[in-house]
Design a protein around this ligand. Sequence first.
Ligand SMILES: [Zn+2]
Ligand SMILES: [Zn+2]
Length: 98
Amino acid sequence: MRCPFCEQTGSRSELHAHMVDAHQDGLSTRREGDQMFFDLNCPLCSEGMTREVNPRGRDQAFLDKFADEIRMVGFDLLLYHWETHQESGAPVDAEALP
Ligand SMILES: [Zn+2]
Ligand SMILES: [Zn+2]
């Protein structure tokens, strides 16, 4: 299958690692008071995904490290969505469709 952001191709897990590594800008985090959220958008249909995250600490060093974990989770979510697009080149499992 193909990366949502560029022409890179590979298995799902290869692309996941590639996105965490190369497309850090594809996911942004923001804070509203005590709550923290991440936002990401599908590059194809502009469908937005927002999730609340719950960092266990407040210091910046921790949040920087936590951002990597957020990307792992966020890009995994995006791949689930991306796989529903034909353009992803993901193998279609007819049995999995509703
Ligand atoms: Zn890419
Ligand atoms: Zn989409």
